[in-house]
Design a protein around this ligand. Structure first.
Ligand code: GLY
Length: 374
């Protein structure tokens, strides 16, 4: 097992990310010391409830908790205030008090939604994240971003358009338990989506990990044993921890973690587009490289290596049927990461080094879209 301790200034209490094999069965004894209480609420991803809920519940019961459990659907539509409201009703019905832990089990959508409900119910309940997807283990469960989507009625497309994570909070968990056994049943598409965020981390700050991804290509992760998987997840958590410890609230440095995301958010919620977040991020990485080349920031060698790694792990680097650049740029302006009418982008310089560009011209942004357009 590997343990990484995160030290965030606010709140000043550090928390641990524990990564190992078989941890769900030990969760009760891990949670009890950080959340001593007689009652706990588990919010479980409906898709993995059959696999994990009973074992987690048994472990929590064994540690002395009276456990309530609710399953929620994990899709972008259900990542909503309606689901949060449903959770509040469940929390009230279970008579949670301010010390009752809320334990999210599932992917990023469940963690973000349950984390937001935990952060706001009674002004904050202790939150434990048990990520069961690679993406949630390496990214979503670390750093305290919680939130839900919110459909608003403005923008170029007139009709209600769900803006990603528009409602949310920075709320650090008290503990993260990443059980790599949960990945054994995870479909390959989920693994590839997690790898998109791993490639992002490698470009931002871990050239050695990037080289590892280049070497292992299509065998990345799926062909590895538990030890290699634990090491790889820990490496990703460390890249992210190193950034969020210095800038929890994204005043500047943390923006680098949005590499590829301003592009990704514009397409993943586009009506009729059926891309998962990691797939959209992969395209966003390629588009960022395209913008970086147009801006003279990204080296051609870096551009080529990013493209090869993304394709090498089996993620698409091109997409057919994209809307026009003007429409996409309008959607990017609606992203919460834009500022005023300006669009900020993170672009790679070299592998292991990125630049925050505060105001990117429409033509450079368009060059990014042109690079992914099939
Ligand atoms: N996923 C980007 C961040 O946590 O800041």
């Amino acid at each position: 097992m590997k343990t990484i301790e995160l030290h965030i200034a606010d709140p000043p209490t550090p928390y641990q990310v524990m990564i190992g094999a078989g941890l769900i069965d030990q969760a009760g004894s891990m949670i009890a010391p950080v959340c001593p209480h007689d009652r706990a609420m588990v919010v479980c991803d409906q898709a993995v409830a059959d696999l994990h809920a009973a074992r987690l519940k048994a472990s929590l019961t064994g540690a002395g908790y009276d456990v309530s459990l609710i399953s929620i659907e994990s899709n972008e539509e259900r990542k909503s205030l309606d689901t949060v409201s449903r959770l509040y009703h469940e929390f009230t019905g279970a008579r949670l008090d301010r010390h009752s832990p809320v334990i999210a089990v599932g992917g990023g959508i469940v963690g973000d939604t349950a984390g937001f409900a935990a952060s706001t119910f009674m002004r904050g309940l202790p939150f434990v994240n048990v990520p069961t997807t690679l993406l949630a283990m390496v990214d979503a469960s670390v750093g305290g971003k919680t939130g839900v989507n919110f459909a608003h009625h403005e923008g170029a497309r007139g009709s209600a358009h769900p803006a990603k994570n528009l409602i949310g909070s920075f709320y650090q968990p008290v503990l993260v338990i990443a059980d790599v056994n949960a990945l054994a049943t995870l479909p390959d598409r989920h693994i590839r989506c997690g790898l998109a965020e791993c490639i992002k981390h490698a470009i931002i700050g871990d050239g050695e990990m990037f080289a590892q991804l280049e070497r292992s290509g299509g065998a990345t992760f799926s062909a590895w044993d538990d030890e290699a998987r634990i090491e790889f997840i820990a490496r990703n958590v460390m890249v992210k921890a190193n950034i969020v410890e210095r800038d929890q609230r994204e005043s500047r440095l943390r923006m680098v973690l949005n590499l590829g995301h301003t592009y990704a958010h514009a397409i993943e919620t586009w009506p009729g587009v059926n891309l998962w977040h990691g797939e959209a991020v992969a395209l966003g990485l390629i588009a960022s490289v395209g913008a970086g080349l147009a801006l003279g920031i990204t080296s051609p060698d870096c551009a080529q290596r990013v493209e090869q790694v993304v394709a090498g792990v089996g993620l698409a680097t091109r997409m057919g049927g994209l809307p026009s650049n003007d429409e996409l740029i309008e959607a990017m302006r609606g992203d919460k990461k834009s500022h005023g009418n300006r669009i900020r982008l993170i672009v790679p310089r070299e592998i292991g080094s990125v630049e925050i560009v505060d105001e990117v011209s429409a033509s450079a942004i368009g060059s990014g879209w042109d690079r992914v357009r099939k």
